[in-house]
Design a protein around this ligand. Structure first.
Ligand code: CIR
Length: 259
């Protein structure tokens, strides 16, 4: 399976009431006009990485719907529609399932809860965070489908506390190189990779998005930028201040896949 190589991305425009969404931050109300500008610039950056980006309309019934990553997990041709652990977000999946209607779509049901922000596809394994939004039943079901899809795929569970999702606190900057927020607490051992724990002032930058040989990083974090430039010749800093106010980061604004 080619790693971090995609042809398409799916996004959903922020709604005027995005400030009514869930957040643990105390950074004030998002400026929606600025959020829409930042969202458009993010989508443009993905187009510059060669992706065909579809932007769905928002839905005011779901102020968190722009964080589409949480509604599905796409691995090769396998599409899994999740059941977000946040009750206010569960209805977001309908619009996403319709987009993927003609592909093999699996769906979490019953007591299986999982949000895509808890799934990190690394070069040699998939990590599933057990967080406040993803439970063991959801993680086990997803692991079963992933391993049915790719025989021998290593899928590990990672306990997550101190951050919202696994990828809020941990992403892979390059194969074998992890960025970790100092807030992220786990008993999982990251001895398979070189893990860089960021300073408190750069913790938001732990979420980076590698795509087709380029790397999107949060703008304004100099040590992460320096590290990124050491591993990647095409680093794209993106302004995300209005999404940060709602606990969102780079990965959460799209689903990436290939057709
Ligand atoms: C939430 O709390 O669900 C949203 N306000 C933020 C979700 C961010 N999702 C992600 O990082 N995958």
């Amino acid at each position: 399976m080619p790693h971090n190589t995609f042809t398409h991305a799916l996004a959903r425009v922020p709604t005027l009431n995005m400030g009514d969404g869930l957040t643990t931050q105390d950074l004030g109300e998002p400026d929606v006009a600025l959020a829409i500008e930042q969202h458009a610039a993010y989508c443009e950056a993905l187009r510059a990485c060669g992706l065909n980006v579809t932007v769905l309309p928002g839905d005011a019934a779901y102020p968190d719907a722009c964080f589409v990553e949480d509604t599905a997990v796409i691995y090769g041709d396998l599409v899994v529609i999740t059941q977000p652990g946040a009750p206010s977000r569960q209805g977001e999946t309908e619009a996403i399932q319709q987009v993927f209607g003609n592909r093999t779509v699996m769906r979490l049901t019953g007591d299986e809860y999982l949000e895509g922000g808890d799934v990190l596809v690394c070069a040699d394994r998939v990590l599933i965070g057990l967080s406040g939004r993803t439970n063991r039943a959801g993680a086990e079901r997803l692991r079963g489908w992933l391993q049915e899809y790719q025989n021998g795929l290593r899928v590990d569970f990672v306990s997550v506390s101190g951050v919202l999702h696994l990828k809020t606190g941990l992403t892979e900057l390059a194969p074998g190189v992890l960025l970790k927020s100092p807030d992220f607490v786990t008993d999982y051992a990251f001895d398979f990779a070189e893990a860089h724990t960021l300073s408190d002032s750069e913790k938001y930058a732990a979420n980076v998005l590698p795509i087709n040989g380029s790397l999107l990083v949060h703008a304004g974090y100099s040590s992460v930028l320096k590290l990124a430039e050491r591993y990647c010749s095409s680093v794209l800093p993106i302004q995300m201040s209005e999404f940060e106010k709602m606990d969102g980061s780079l990965t959460c604004l799209t689903l990436r896949y290939s057709v």
